[in-house]
Ligand binder design. Sequence first.
Ligand code: ADP
Ligand code: MG
Length: 225
Amino acid sequence: MTYIKVENVSKMYKVEKKKIYAVRNVSLNIDQGEFIILFGPSGSGKTTLLMLLGAIIKPTKGRILYDRVDITKFSEDEAAMWRHKNVGFIFQKINLVEFLNVLENVMLPMYPYAKDFKKIEHKALELIEKVGLMHRLKHKPAQLSVGEQQRVAIARALINNPKIVFADEPTSHLDTETGRNVIKLMKELRDTYNVTFIVSTHDPEMTVIADRIVKIRDGKIVKES
Ligand code: ADP
Ligand code: MG
């Protein structure tokens, strides 16, 4: 069933009176629970498209519908609330909080909304178990390998029970094997929680296990397979 409809979306930036189209006239349908790899070289528009899909920025043109709700019409507050309810982000820069341990880092996004602290801790422990870091619970980020840090970021992205997770080049700081394991882990989490995943990469080695590969170049979708 179609979950997201991207309709003729463009994002244009003006830099010194010059128009730069980061995303040009993209249309795309995404099903609930799909695992999509967004594949393209540096500068092709991957980050911009993920930010548009995640209601972090607004398109210059076009609509993005989630179950018929047009997220491009949201005010900033509405967008923030919608993100909190529906979205998880895994950024290229892992950005864990260095003075918090693994458990605290995973729980952190929920602190502003915390009513039932025990329930959030319970969910965090479940996720930390799923990403294989129970033996690192009280460790600080600096005591972890980069691959382990990325696993913490993955658990953190799922703490709010999102319907969709965006991961922007999550393997770019990892060696090939660790990177593949991170992608595999995300796919397992998709299977467990039926979360839609959209994962960007410029690395062909990472495209092996997607349901669908969407190729992007110069802001345009050039091929789907
Ligand atoms: P990717 O993530 O695939 O490397 P980006 O989405 O970051 O690509 O960028 C796509 C294009 O849009 C690039 O040419 C980039 O320079 C341009 N771009 C991205 N963000 C901005 C911005 N805020 N202002 C101006 N140009 C931008
Ligand atoms: Mg990028």
